[in-house]
Design a protein around this ligand. Sequence first.
Ligand code: PHE
Length: 455
Amino acid sequence: MTNGREQWSSKFGFILAAAGSAVGLGNIWKFPHMAGENGGGAFTLIYLICILVVGLPILLAEFTLGRRTQASPVGAFSALSDGSRWKWLGMLGVASAFVILSFYGVIGGWTIKYSLLALAGSFSDIASSAGGAQAEFDQFVANPVEPIFWHMIFMGLTVLIILKGVKGGIEKWSKALMPILLGILIVLVIRGVTLDGAMEGIRFLFSPKWGDLTTEGVVLALGHSFFTISLGMGTMITYGSYLRKDQDLLRAGLWVIFIDTAIALLAGVAIFTAVFALGQNPAGGPGLIFVVLPTIFPQMPGGAVFGFLFFALLFVAALTSAISILEVVIAYFIDEKQWSRTQATLAFGGIITMLGIFVSLSFGEYNVLKSFGEMNFFSLMDNMSSKYMLPIGGFLTAVFVLTRWGVPEFLKELQTGAAGMKIPLIPAIAVFGFAGLVVAYILLYEVFKVMFGAG
Ligand code: PHE
């Protein structure tokens, strides 16, 4: 189909771009600390099940919706439902993109700062400073100027890539950065597993301690499985809309999930082997990466180099995801409002960067949500997106396929480009029904907990 819409240049390019979107802070920053706090192996197992049972069907739904309609989410839902209210599901995706990118860009900025700190050999000073790495980190994020500067650099890079479009921007940079990411990760894993005492970290990550797993942990695992595969906000619809008909979508989906999961697990191995070998606490929470690791690197031979590589890895992963989040917003304005790519990218890249400034300020004395206890803009945005917006988006996407578009149409699109593949209808319906039920159950659990404080 050539309606002047931009297209990926190759099947491989699409897979790398989609994997680039999936692999991000979620894999390297969030997954290890969530597993660390929720029973290690038990959390890992639940997470893997959620990805296969819920993530895969919804990922395929998004790919097929995008490719069938050659439109970004609002246009896609609207085209397949005769312009009905379903287009609001697309709008929810655009809104989620604003929410997620506003905090994602801030952490993206932190990764630049910490790469440079590592490179300058400053981790050993940080580790031995008075308040230790925690105080250094708290001070950095609370500073009203410096993190905003790095955030703007990170967002500037995101905008530059998106300005170049699908082939010349997203695809080109994903192709260049993903192999670098894998290379760095392999070096770090080898470093980790060759440390004395590394086995304990591996055991922690893979052997389930069921006692430490709570219902809350299961809810987190599900929300995270959406976040980590970039589901529930139309990223994969948007990327699917730049596809030609000759791509085997089931295969592409399996690749994306495999790469995403493999990288999360490898990042977990790299981090926990080091954490256990050097005697630190795995349940370090969100600070695990920015607080615990800077004290660990100086203790290993070549620590400055490995420290730099680690934060560079985080930066690369964050960048290829950030572009996919911005692209959802940009594609909406190009498709539905006929803006030019340049106009849309500059305008909305700018607006989201501004939102990020508020998020960054919320770590310091300018936290306007201070009166709500522990809350700041960052945790608000993070919770709102991964606990509610993405699961709701994913759930409604499953409902859309089941009740409006129809599973037979979905299968027809899925089988296009996959020579000879024939998926039977009833099991496909069952898979979507089951995925929808699981998400609905978990969403209800969250809602009840917030309303009645149960759990
Ligand atoms: N999947 C990305 C990560 O794991 C985050 C993301 C969420 C990207 C939603 C796009 C859309 O970090």
